[in-house]
Design a protein around this ligand. Structure first.
Ligand code: BTN
Length: 326
């Protein structure tokens, strides 16, 4: 949002009642017709603004969009999300974030988030399509971690912890993490993470952490097959959630856990992950590229790999694959 528009919005928000065009023009140091243009732009961005010839303009409802301005009001981070790029629609925020890194100053980009109101070509793990209608939270964080590359999966773990904790804190729902990258409520998925990596042999150039949270849409927009395994926050709570506030909380929780990661406090993250895990102690079926087997998920290690005790007593270390709770 442009600085001038932001000032107009702030003026309306802080006013007790309607403000005349003349007073606004005077306070903002612009003409009355410029005020009118700004009001039109704010309405285009979804703000409800009443106007009457006698009294002037009055803000009656905030925008329902996930605008940077609304997120910033709640944001308590140092770096993560301090720069935001908002798009009403885009194929995938991960693609936009990758595009930003092309020729961009990576150090400056660290912590930048790309947000979209809807994605037309959202991507999930293993190249699967990720349905991303309006009302969800679709965002990608650009990161330049300095951790050893073999710990990079822990970035996803920090993201999953952040989402589960934020949902618990904001709404009191019992969100849990399913290895490797799902956040569940009950046995239904409410959020997923996708980590894309750009690295050389032993060093990470950057990574893109895509976060999808099924917030304010009706699950009936999904195919019947998807509906079986997916829930939304709105469906769980029977009311719309404040997406800006939730995302700000997710970013704050993420920054806290990302800082632990950078400080090589791996055990602290593993401990937190364990306490939020719905996978541990569960009977699971693991499907990797090479094989498929059943067993009991007994732990994760400090790289985020899942340890599964097979029926013959042998322990398998799983670093990637599909997992089913059985
Ligand atoms: C999964 O569970 O398979 C991962 C889903 C990740 C979805 C997010 S939404 C924002 C970002 N953009 C994408 O295209 N995908 C990720």
């Amino acid at each position: 949002m442009k600085e001038s528009l932001y000032r107009t919005l702030q003026l309306l928000e802080e006013a007790d009642g309607p403000v005349s065009g003349e007073v606004m023009a005077g306070r903002l140091g612009i003409t009355r017709s410029a005020v009118w243009k700004q009001i039109r732009e704010l309405r285009d961005q979804g703000y409800g603004i009443e106007s009457s010839q006698k009294e002037g303009y009055r803000l009656v409802s905030p925008s329902r969009r996930l605008l940077p301005y609304s997120i910033r009001k709640h944001l308590k981070t140092r770096v993560i999300g301090q720069r935001m790029l908002y798009l009403p629609t885009t194929p995938s925020t991960n693609d936009v974030a990758r595009w930003l890194t092309t020729g961009g100053d990576l150090d400056r980009l660290h912590g930048t988030i790309v947000i979209a109101e809807e994605q037309t070509g959202g991507v999930g793990r293993l190249g699967r399509a990720w349905v991303s209608p309006e009302g969800g939270i679709w965002t990608t964080i650009v990161l330049t971690p300095t951790i050893p590359i073999d710990h990079v999966f822990m970035v996803t773990m920090a993201g999953a912890i952040a989402i589960a904790r934020a949902i618990r804190r904001e709404f009191g729902l019992g969100a849990m993490i399913k290895w490797p990258n799902d956040v569940l409520i009950g046995d239904k998925k409410v959020a997923g993470l996708l980590l894309e990596l750009d690295a050389e042999a032993d060093r990470i150039n950057f990574c893109l952490l895509g976060i999808g949270i099924d917030a304010n849409f009706d699950p009936s927009v999904l195919s019947p097959e998807l509906q079986q395994g997916i829930t939304t926050l709105r469906a769980e709570l029977d009311e719309e959630v404040d997406r800006a506030r939730l995302l700000a909380r997710v970013l704050r929780e993420f920054e806290r856990h990302y800082d632990l990661l950078e400080a090589q406090e791996y055990e602290a993250i593993v401990r937190e992950w364990r306490s939020l895990s719905s996978t541990l102690d569960h009977h699971v079926r693991v499907r990797t590229l090479m094989k498929s087997f059943d067993g009991e998920a007994i732990d994760i290690d400090e790289y985020g790999a899942l340890l599964v005790r097979k029926e013959n007593g042998r322990i398998e270390r799983v670093i990637a694959g599909d997992l089913f709770h059985t």
